[in-house]
Design a protein around this ligand. Structure first.
Ligand SMILES: *Cc1c(COP(=O)(O)O)cnc(C)c1O
Length: 401
């Protein structure tokens, strides 16, 4: 078997997953992107420019923080937090957009497009486009425009145009469809910044590589702060970019357990969830083969999650391969568990996690008991919860008007 870190292969496959299942018009653009990226990722000037942006614009490295009261609460393993919520714009998404915007610049593209769910990727994209003075269009499901109004306004303030998408469930997958359609139409001058480790090759690889800074920092910080690699790393999984970014540098460390947490929504048994790795089948969506929520006829089914950022029927192909190979494990937690975890972490640690991130915290209820007090679990705190306060208030039956 190939080393997991050597994937994808040159055709963009992670085992049987991935690839590029796209129309001919996109094939050329994907090939061009693949070639430019292969050249630039080893170009010392390009690497230096990204490193400098990560330090000076994003605010890296993000701290590895010991969560004392959460540790006391579970009275099991030591719980540590990788603080991606402290990044500029409040989530891990900026790690990817600062990288991809430099690819767009190198390719001479003047127009930037992106899809967004919770709005975090839209904000992160509009932010880097503003900084480089590039025209920017963000596609967002109409339902998400509604529940993430604060991020919609942030995107507009940054000078980008928000396109509300009404088709389907009017959520992330529909926004992705529209963005792909725009890209096909405007391929000459447009760069598409995909926001997760999804889509056709080379995107899952590129987005993973730009997020892998998180796992690389953790390798160093864990040795410095507790003199070993973590016993387990836990991250929420929507498309899977924050999880892939922190998992990737540990794929060849067999003693580090990798645990992904999907959205069980109203419960796996209800069918109203967004957990393709727990309750899906392989299929093709948005240009790649991966686990997918589909019905008997292969139609993509509607998803549900309390968090817009996880409300997606597919998942990045590399995660599908990690699941089948057994290198990572994927569990799912439901909306009720997530809400109670959000309150717990906020009260115990003074850190208000994004609802996406609260899925990773909620996993502690299931797994903390499996670890001893001399062991270390790292939670990837993918983002901060400011954007979710309206949702939490509504769930708690409180009106903020
Ligand atoms: C977008 C988002 C996610 C989900 O996306 P992944 O690609 O799975 O990481 C998770 N957490 C936060 C805070 C997000 O904004």
């Amino acid at each position: 078997m190939d080393n997991l870190t050597d994937l994808p292969n040159s055709d963009g496959f992670f085992g049987e997953y991935g690839g590029k299942f796209v129309p001919e018009t996109l094939m050329h653009a994907l090939k061009e992107l693949d070639e430019i990226y292969a050249r630039l990722k080893n170009d010392p000037k390009f690497v230096e420019e990204i490193d400098q942006d990560l330090v000076q614009f994003v605010g890296r490295p993000s701290p590895l923080y010991f969560a004392k009261r959460l540790t006391d609460h579970y009275s099991g393993p030591q719980i540590w937090l990788k603080r991606e919520d402290l990044n500029h714009t409040g989530a891990h998404k900026i790690n990817n957009t600062v990288g991809q915007i430099l690819l767009a610049k190198a390719m001479g593209k003047k127009r930037i497009i992106a899809e967004t769910g919770a709005g975090q990727h839209g904000v992160a994209t509009a932010t880097v486009a503003a900084r480089l003075g590039l025209e920017c269009h963000i596609y967002m499901g109409a339902a998400d425009v509604e529940r993430q109004s604060l991020n919609v306004y942030r995107i507009k303030l940054l000078g980008a145009k928000v396109h509300a998408v009404d088709s389907g469930t009017a959520t992330l997958k529909d926004a992705l469809n529209e963005a792909m359609r725009d890209w096909v139409t405007n391929i000459e001058d447009t760069y598409y910044i995909i926001g997760s480790v999804t889509g056709p090759h080379p995107y899952p690889m590129i987005v993973r590589d730009f997020n892998a800074i998180v796992g690389r920092e953790l390798r160093k910080q864990s040795i410095e702060q507790f003199m070993q690699y973590p016993d387990a790393i836990v991250a929420c999984v929507g498309g899977g970019s924050n999880a892939m970014g922190i998992f990737y540098p540990f794929l060849e460390e067999p003693n580090v357990a990798l645990i992904g947490v999907e959205a069980a929504g109203s419960g796996l048994a209800s069918g109203k969830h967004a957990a393709p790795l727990n309750d899906g089948e392989p299929g093709i969506l948005h240009g790649a083969k991966s686990y997918l929520m589909q019905d008997k006829n292969g139609q993509v089914v509607d998803t549900h999650s309390i968090s817009a950022g996880l409300d997606y029927p597919g998942v990045g192909p590399e995660h599908s391969n990690l699941k089948d190979s057994g290198r990572a494990n994927y569990i799912a937690v439901d909306d009720v568990e997530v809400l109670s975890s959000f309150h717990l972490v906020t009260k115990l640690e003074g850190i208000m996690p994004a609802l996406e991130t609260a899925h990773a915290f909620a996993a502690l209820e299931h797994i903390a008991k499996n670890y001893k007090s001399n062991q270390h679990i790292v939670i990837n705190v993918s983002g901060r919860g400011d954007k979710d306060i309206n949702t939490v208030a509504t769930m708690d039956g409180i009106s903020l008007d």
